[in-house]
Design a protein around this ligand. Sequence first.
Ligand SMILES: Nc1ncnc2c1ncn2[C@@H]1O[C@H](COP(=O)(O)OP(=O)(O)O)[C@@H](O)[C@H]1O
Ligand SMILES: [Mg+2]
Length: 258
Amino acid sequence: MLKVRNLTKIFNLGTINENRVLSNFNLHIKEKEFVSVIGGNGSGKTTLLNMIAGVYMPESGQIILDSKDISKMPEYKRSAFMGRVFQDPMRGTAGDMEIMENLAIANRRGKVRGLRWGVKKEEKDFFGEYLKLLGLGLETRLCVKVGLLSGGQRQALTLLMATLQKPKILLLDEHTAALDPKTAVKVLNLTEELVAKQQLTTIMITHNMKDAIRLGNRLIMMHEGKVVYDVSGEEKKSLKVTDLLDRFEGISDRMLLA
Ligand SMILES: Nc1ncnc2c1ncn2[C@@H]1O[C@H](COP(=O)(O)OP(=O)(O)O)[C@@H](O)[C@H]1O
Ligand SMILES: [Mg+2]
């Protein structure tokens, strides 16, 4: 499904601040795989997602999605078939637009535009039904401006929008880190539900090792731009947080990961 091949990303190349974040990085992800990614601060996790999404171009290497080389495809084109949710709840939605308008934009993603902008009745009903999934009562507030929602509600809405048109891959970057613990659990459960329902190929970065173990069927640990641990199946299911810390201790200070 996704092949990241010999990918190299160097920030500020040729300057005193040169920073080689990914160096000949390789990662293959199968269709319907749900990969959680952990690793210390600055280990290159966000950069990896940014490279997959086309935010930055690589110095060398390829990104192949569905047997197609998308390495040189600009971000806006990739966004037609990728779903993204960021740590910052403000980033994924337009605060000065209504819930319904936000959903309408998400629903038109990757489709030919130029048609009428109005939201059709069927579409409105569909959004209402879809919002019920959240269990937040938003289905009765379709005309409310998103800026009035709480961070958790907004993040749940972003997640819904990212998956409204089934993405080829869903990219989550610490998307519950800015939420209070209770809301974080809700959004995480919703993540699990949406991914399972649509059988989405997913990469989820998290700093929460319990979440990384609980969600997904594969776990990778990154350190200094490399995959230092890659586990799936039964072995992943039986992992404990202490196992991850022990692994990490072999290469760095376990405090960095914790
Ligand atoms: N746009 C950028 N310009 C320069 N350096 C960057 C940029 N984005 C990330 N970096 C650097 O790349 C390294 C990895 O960062 P990042 O991928 O955000 O790590 P992580 O998400 O694992 O914490 C860090 O040293 C960071 O400072
Ligand atoms: Mg990051």
